[in-house]
Design a binder for this molecule. Structure first.
Ligand code: SF4
Length: 436
């Protein structure tokens, strides 16, 4: 049997132009990592910033199956350096998997390291508790609950609506655990506000603004589940738009405002722009037509793939193509039983989608699929997609970008190995170095 170390080193050897950091990061994102108890946090009372569960669980087990990591949360992210691969600084989002061959623990010299198959492969740094997490709102809620930050403090993640109105097997996206994640936090008795009141969001942002003296936070993302009817009497654009309007009135231009929402009609998109939002993410999820219909049944029924794509192009006329950044979930193309069975086919399909958007000046981005166990695709594919797919996607992404003369998308912080902070994919670690 080939070990995971063999697999990683084989791919590092076959794809020398993909940074080694990116190969490891993709493997950690697709398969997760385990933590020794000593490497867990003391939740909101310690010196390390805990995992906030900002929208999905991004774990390979349910909370009750995580053992101590369910009581003392793992860190939000880790940063890797050094080791036998000479890693430059690499920020990785934490996806917990007690069965992973990757483990964070203390080495014989007392330092925290990442082990693969029992061998230390990197020094591990943990995110310091930000000063703003030590303050609470007037009603006692924590800043982490209302306005967590990710990407090493760069991005404030505002999940305003923590469930999705695409509900059940016939509507939910087949790789998404937003509704389950909400249920499991409620069942565990954790604070997990379903609909965040606008004034709580403003109060949390006020605290961040006051205590983030180095101005590490540069952007916010307004997001949450899709709204097919109404929430508090508001349709999707009005619901998310109210936060954008309030934030930009109170803190004009303080952060780069981004919205992740469905591909909405042009008039709705225009309202986001008018409120001061600068970047729009109408995520297209997966390119292949058959897979989109199977994996996103709600979106297919309510909007439809062709209309979804047409709206993405329309929104580029409102925001400018550089500022429309639709996400796709990298890896689901290869999920059994319906996905592609060869990496070649999956990469060809994904590249066709990249080419479609990039030829129009729109730069998609991706998050690495985490096969959460309560989702249909996670249940049937607990190993996720092959690491080779993820490595070759990085190669294809960069090549397609170069072919269309595009550079790293705005609103993601610095790019390049050793510099990137975007933590849920390594595409920013793979692009040429830039400051912001
Ligand atoms: S639209 Fe799909 S991916 Fe988005 S929150 Fe709903 S179920 Fe999840």
């Amino acid at each position: 049997m080939t070990s995971r170390t063999d697999l990683v080193e084989e791919l590092m050897g076959r794809f020398p132009h993909v940074p080694r950091e990116a190969v490891l990061k993709e493997d950690l994102l697709r398969g997760g990592l385990a933590f020794d108890d000593a490497a867990l946090t003391d939740n909101e009372h310690g010196d390390v910033k805990p995992k906030s569960y900002f929208i999905f669980s991004f774990d390979h087990r349910t909370l009750p199956e995580l053992g101590t990591a369910a009581l003392r949360r793992p860190p939000e992210e880790i940063v890797l350096t050094g080791g036998p691969y000479g890693l430059r600084r690499t920020v990785v989002s934490v996806r917990t998997n007690p069965s992973s061959p990757y483990r964070v623990g203390t080495d014989s010299d007392g330092r925290l390291r990442l082990f693969l198959d029992g061998r230390p492969i990197a020094d591990v740094g943990l995110p310091p508790m930000p000063a703003y997490y030590r303050h609470t709102l007037a009603n006692g809620k924590s800043v982490m609950e209302v306005a967590p930050t990710i990407q090493w403090g760069y991005l404030i993640y505002l999940t305003a609506f923590r469930v999705c109105q695409y509900f059940g097997a016939k509507e939910e996206c087949q790789y998404c655990d937003i509704n389950h994640n909400w249920r499991q936090h409620k069942q565990a008795g954790r604070p997990y506000t379903g609909v965040k009141p606008v004034d709580e969001v403003l109060e949390a942002l006020e605290i961040i603004n006051r205590h983030d003296v180095d101005r590490a936070s540069q952007a916010y993302t307004l997001t949450g589940g899709s709204i097919t009817s109404q929430v508090n009497g508001l349709a999707e654009a009005d619901f998310y738009g109210q936060y954008a309007q309030a934030i930009e009135e109170r803190f004009p231009g303080r952060w780069i405002g981004k919205v992740v929402a469905q591909a909405l009609p042009r008039a709705d998109v225009q309202r986001f722009h008018d409120y001061g939002i600068r970047i729009y993410h109408p995520n297209y999820e997966v390119w292949d037509k058959r897979l989109f219909e199977l994996y996103c049944p709600g979106k297919e029924r309510y909007v439809g793939r062709e209309e979804w794509h047409r709206r993405i192009l329309d929104s580029a006329e409102v925001f400018g193509p550089r500022n429309v950044i639709p996400n796709f979930v990298a890896g689901v193309e290869m999920a059994a039983p319906h996905g592609f069975t060869s990496v070649d086919e999956a990469i060809a399909s994904t590249t066709e989608g990249l080419d479609y958007f990039m030829s129009r000046g729109i730069t998609p981005r991706f998050t690495t699929w985490c096969p959460e166990p309560t989702t249909p695709l996670g249940r049937t594919n607990p190993q996720g997609a092959p690491l080779e797919y993820h490595v070759r996607l990085l190669e294809a992404y960069r090549a397609t970008m170069d072919a269309h003369g595009l550079s790293s998308p705005p609103g993601y912080g610095p790019s390049g190995p050793g510099r990137a902070v975007f933590s849920v994919s390594s595409f920013m670690d793979t692009l040429p170095s830039t400051e912001s």
